[in-house]
Design a binder for this molecule. Structure first.
Ligand code: BGC
Length: 753
């Protein structure tokens, strides 16, 4: 594990500091490295101009504003500070930064430019720097759980809720939108991302970002790109063939960017093809600007900048999180680089223009983020609904779930279920209202603390079963747990895997929980396992238990959501956003994550595509998830017209309960030639009352029917017959029809209307 704090250098920071100097203690609070003095009254500018005219476009306003700025003012905007003191490294954040925050860029009072107050992340308003500076807020379930809802409305509502909390906490930039593809189940940050498929991840993450930005808060999309493991993340090198990159990880970013219009993109720590992502002109300029037409600004991850002129000229606009880098690279060094002619004044103008354009475009000037009351009661419902929508019922033998009213003796075991539910670690960690339910677990410092949100599944289970005797064992003694299980009508085991930023994990539950579940399952076959994991885990005990519910890290209402699902108050409807492998031997590279070069030789053959291509049977397929009701699908038709493909079909709830299904459309060329036998082309979440049916129509993005032609720099759809498959998961195809598509090409700049 790398300690985040260890990356912070001892630096003298001050108006003139640009070199690495061993430091005497700095002043109590640092002055900005570059630019004019910071005045809090940014909204009472000395000068007004065309940029204040809200009838003008963000482009015109940005142009007018940058024309009025001095060089120092521009240098101020392209350089960000960590928002929180680091006692160990003697770093003190600027006085105006919000304590406990991730980042801060000073205001420019003369021109009325607000400060940028930046907060992590995708599950809510996070706290940096530990409990001393904590901000207690609502946590959504982890991003992977939101993706597992396959429900854009859930993603949007969650984003809107956390964006509201950010804005009401004084933040106008949210460092959310993790969309790196899940290539590596052991990646410690999988819980912050949207799963293994570019369409699913891009769509769900975009919707969350749209929700955040509906609050006049800029959101990032991150970490660009191929930051697909944490091991050696600062120097590791992701190697992937460019054609494969375009139809895998980059496509996820591309879809998310064009659907969400994020104000910013965060470039990642790792190198790509040997060059650091934050100075990689292929990523930052050729792909992002020239091909995708991105108009926002690129900010570096905290400590991901490695140069001044190289980074600026490659396409980095804002150097973030000083002092995480080994030195300030923008600010004073950038001024010198401009004076030396290594960076043109026009480039500095462009960087500044992109930043203020996003600030205008997302309402940061007109709707200032000011601390004010938050409606936490309303947010309880949002996070609970998200946790319920994202939980995946993986196994339910003989309809063991929902729990029968006749169960009189319920044994609850393990996972600190008497106290709360687990959260992922690192910069995205939200401190919940009520504090950590299980304080003191190691590590208590970065990337911890290990946090349990105080929503106790045990208490909620008791609430649902007032007539039953509910007993609890913490699971530390498998023999005692098995004895308790033997005497129960039903057993619910809570099992955990803690993942977090800066470290990877084995694809297993933590500690000796596999043995615990084995012992309990052997004692009572009516055992339900509830998983709280960041990603997939192997389940050597699967045959010995009756039901498995994957609850991920379910957020601050997790216990209530889990109990609602177990007792059937809510019908499970989540689907896996990743393939669950039986063991690491089934993965493309069983030996990773490792340091140095990580060659993604599987290219775009990621997740279910890998399992399909190699004809490997997974433990649970991508798209899999059970319900307490039954659905049928049928009536599939597919039409190709004007180069577009549209599928139509009907979903019917044939069971006795209301529920939601997730019909999926996969596409596949008869002639082959793709990275895998099939790709996800579309999906929908369809809620139906018992007996009800609905006709669904979806069109398939042309890029999902194409391959990337690297030599011709274009998308290419091969003419011929294509199978269109209506499915319940990547391994459960219900109906197939064939359509013929004409050959066509689309330019690199092509985007869905
Ligand atoms: C993480 C980013 C985060 C930033 C600011 C970094 O360590 O990789 O995701 O936004 O810190 O806290």
């Amino acid at each position: 594990m790398t300690l985040r704090i260890a990356a912070v250098p001892l630096l003298l920071v001050g108006a003139a500091a640009s070199a690495q100097v061993a430091a005497p203690p700095p002043p109590a609070k640092v002055a900005p490295v570059a630019g004019t003095p910071v005045l809090p009254a940014w909204n009472k500018p000395a000068i007004r101009g065309a940029w204040n005219d809200t009838r003008l476009t963000p482009d015109l306003r940005a142009k007018a504003l940058v024309a009025a700025m001095t060089r120092d003012e521009k240098l101020t905007l392209v350089f960000g500070y960590f928002g929180t003191d680091f006692p160990v490294s003697l770093y003190h954040a600027p006085v105006e930064a919000h304590a406990g925050s991730a980042g801060y860029v000073p205001a420019i009072a003369r021109l009325g430019i607000p400060a940028q107050h930046q907060t992590d992340a995708g599950v809510g308003v996070a706290t940096q720097g530990g409990a001393a500076v904590k901000r207690e807020r609502t946590a959504l379930p982890s991003n992977v759980a939101i993706a597992a809802s396959w429900d854009v409305a859930v993603a949007h509502a969650g984003g809107a809720m956390i964006g509201d909390e950010a804005h009401r906490s004084g933040f106008n930039v949210m460092l959310a939108g993790g969309v790196d593809l899940l290539r590596e189940p052991r990646n410690g940050r999988n819980f912050e991302y949207g799963g293994e498929d570019p369409l699913l991840a891009g769509t769900m993450v975009a919707e969350q970002v749209r929700g955040i930005q509906s609050n006049h808060v800029i959101s990032t999309i991150k970490h660009y790109a191929f930051n697909d493991q944490e091991t050696d993340r600062n120097t590791g090198n992701s190697v992937i063939e460019h054609g494969a990159a375009r139809v895998s990880d980059l496509l996820a970013f591309q879809l998310a960017i064009e659907r969400a219009d994020p104000g910013s993109i965060m470039c990642s720590y790792n190198r790509v093809d040997g060059t650091h992502a934050c100075e990689n002109s292929w990523l930052l300029t050729d792909v992002l600007r020239t091909d995708w037409g991105f108009k926002g600004y690129v900010m570096s991850d905290w400590g991901a900048t490695h140069s001044t002129a190289i980074a600026a000229n490659a396409g980095l606009d804002q150097d973030s999180g000083f002092p995480f880098d080994t030195q300030p690279f923008f600010a004073a060094p950038l001024r010198e680089a401009v004076e030396r002619g290594e960076v043109t004044p026009a480039r500095l103008d462009l960087m500044t223009t992109r930043i203020v354009r996003s600030m205008f475009g997302h309402g940061v000037f007109e709707d200032p983020a000011i601390e004010r009351p938050i409606d936490y009661a309303a947010h309880v419902a949002v996070t609970r609904a998200a946790a319920e929508a994202g939980a995946v019922l993986l196994k339910n033998q003989d309809d063991l779930l929902p729990l029968a009213a006749s169960a009189k003796r319920i044994a609850v075991i393990g996972g600190h279920a008497d106290k709360g539910v687990l959260a992922g670690g690192g910069s995205s960690l939200v401190y919940p209202i009520g504090g950590n339910a299980v304080p003191g677990l190691l590590p208590t410092g970065w990337p911890g603390p290990i946090m349990y949100h105080p929503s106790s599944p045990l208490d909620e289970i008791k609430r649902h079963a007032p007539g039953a005797t509910v007993t609890f064992a913490d699971g530390s003694d498998p023999v005692a747990a098995a004895a308790l299980a033997r005497d129960a009508d039903i057993v619910i085991v809570f099992a955990t895997q803690w993942q977090g930023e800066s470290f990877d994990t084995p694809m297993t539950l933590d500690g000796t929980q596999d043995a615990l579940i084995d012992a309990v399952g052997a004692a009572n076959s009516k055992t339900v396992v509830v998983l709280e994991t960041g990603s997939q885990v192997a389940m050597p005990w699967l045959d010995h238990v009756g039901a498995v519910l994957e609850a991920w890290y379910p957020g601050t209402q997790g216990g209530a959501a889990i109990a609602n699902l177990l007792f059937g108050k809510v019908n499970p409807s989540g689907r896996l956003p990743m393939t669950f492998a039986k063991s690491v031997d089934q993965l493309a590279d069983p030996a990773t994550p490792h340091v140095g070069n990580v060659a993604y030789s599987e290219g775009a053959t990621v997740g279910y595509k890998w399992f399909d291509a190699k004809a490997i049977a997974p433990l649970f397929a991508f798209g899999h998830g059970l319900s307490y009701t039954r659905f049928t699908v049928g009536g599939l038709t597919a039409v190709a017209a004007n180069g577009a493909l549209t599928a139509r079909f009907t979903v019917r709830n044939t069971g006795a309960r209301a529920g939601a299904s997730v019909p999926q459309i996969y596409v596949s060329p008869d002639a082959g030639g793709w990275e895998a036998p099939k790709r996800l082309g579309g999906f929908a979440k369809v809620a139906l009352a018992p007996g009800a049916s609905q006709t669904v129509s979806m069109s398939v993005d042309r890029r999902l029917l194409a391959t990337w032609d690297e030599a011709g720099h274009q998308w290419k759809v091969a003419g011929g017959a294509y199978k269109v498959m209506l499915a319940d998961s990547a391994r459960d195809i219900r109906q197939t029809v064939t359509v013929t598509l004409p050959a066509q090409t689309m330019p690199a700049t092509w985007r869905a209307k």
